[in-house]
Design a protein around this ligand. Structure first.
Ligand SMILES: [Mg+2]
Length: 380
């Protein structure tokens, strides 16, 4: 049985037909509003779309015919079932109406008073299911979208250091292989190994704040956090946008420079060192302190003639040893370690057998530093 809200909009330019069909619908318990053409019908629909349960429309009408009415309703995205009123010789037009978005049709003949109630109820019920289905699909789509957003935020959060907003180690392990692959491709596809290597390498630079523990011990951990945050700012200001800056752990940072060269490494290491040295760190309570940092870096690929022989972890290990020497020797300085082209095959086989100072002695490693030339590096 139709419920209270089941109001039908009946559209027909034939006043007699309109009256007959409205009477039948009334008799079956439907509330009926009528319109003489599509234009009048649209006025009803726009004014009370949410109160209408169904539109029944004639095809041939002046001003706006049935086809135009269907396409107007659908273009506005109004979710309301539409039935076409038709005679038996208009089936081609009915097909067009259904293609435009009508849901069913009623044949105007002598049986209409028997069929109309059942047909109308069926269309309304079926449409209600479609409508609920669409609402559910929309709800699922929105929920999926929210979930994707949350996943994105979560992913970002798990790859970000919460104190400094820099990337963390997880970011590196999840993203570095793509950049490494690009370097490999440049070496293998774009040019023969060992030719002009300007800006085709990746630099891995370890940066460590000197005597950081003293800040925590003297001024407290909140002051230590301030130094870390401001130091992150120094790194951001000193690097290019394309460089990846990572809080590696504690007061240790990693800067990865894409499309770089050793020359850029020297420039940026010196820039970071000197910017840190001249920065006034505000640690709260009006206190300003000075800090310095030490840096060690190396280059990927390690060996230009053998770009596949060493992983990026090898490069980090070498950068780490360079940093260690910088700290042990003086602090507030940088050291770089790179592989020379001497007897690469031997170096490849034995790399893990010896440490950096031994390889320097054999001439398999090259070292550069901001220290005075006469200053010997301390390794232990
Ligand atoms: Mg007509």
């Amino acid at each position: 049985m139709p419920d209270d809200s089941m109001r039908v909009l009946l559209v027909d330019d034939d006043a007699f037909a309109r009256e007959v069909i409205a009477d039948i619908l009334h008799g079956q318990g439907f509330e009926v509003v009528t319109a003489g053409d599509g234009v009048e019908a649209m006025k009803h629909i726009e004014a009370q779309a949410d109160r209408l349960g169904l539109v029944i429309s004639d095809l041939n009408m002046p001003n706006m015919n049935g086809l135009e009415l269907v396409s107007n309703i659908r273009e506005l995205g109004i979710l309301i079932p539409i039935m076409m009123l038709t005679s038996n010789d208009e089936m081609e037009v009915v097909k067009q109406a259904i293609a435009l978005g009508a849901d069913d049709y009623l044949i105007k003949d002598e049986h209409i008073d028997h069929t109309i109630g059942f047909s109308v109820t069926k269309v309304i019920e079926r449409y209600e299911l479609v409508r609920l289905n669409q609402l559910m699909l929309e709800e699922i789509r929105q929920k999926n979208e929210q979930l994707e957003n949350l996943n994105g935020q979560l992913e970002l959060a798990t790859q970000t250091d919460p104190l400094t907003g820099l990337n963390n180690r997880r970011f590196v392990s999840q993203n570095i292989l793509y950049d490494i692959a690009l370097v490999h491709r440049r070496y293998h596809d774009a040019k023969p190994p060992g030719s002009d290597s300007e800006n085709s390498d990746m630099l891995f630079m370890m940066v460590d704040i000197d005597h950081f523990k003293q800040v925590n011990d003297t001024y407290g951990h909140a002051a230590g956090d301030q130094v870390l945050i401001q130091f992150s700012g120094i790194l951001r200001d000193s690097c290019r946008n394309s460089d990846i800056i990572v809080r590696w752990g504690g007061e240790e940072f990693l800067v990865i420079c894409r499309n770089s060269s050793l020359k850029y490494g020297r420039t940026i290491a010196e820039r970071i060192r000197s910017n840190a040295e001249s920065h006034e760190f505000k640690v709260g309570n009006g206190i300003t302190i000075h800090k310095t940092c030490s840096l060690g870096f190396s280059c990927f690929p390690l060996a230009i003639s053998e770009p596949d022989q060493f992983s990026w972890e090898h490069v980090i290990d070498l950068a780490d040893q360079a940093l260690y020497a910088a700290k042990k020797t003086q602090r507030n300085c940088w050291v770089s370690l790179t592989v020379s082209d001497k007897d690469i095959a031997y170096f490849v086989r034995q790399i893990d057998q010896f440490s950096a100072p031994q390889w320097l002695e054999t001439g398999h490693l090259n070292m550069e530093t901001s220290l005075e030339p006469e200053q010997a590096l301390t390794w232990k």
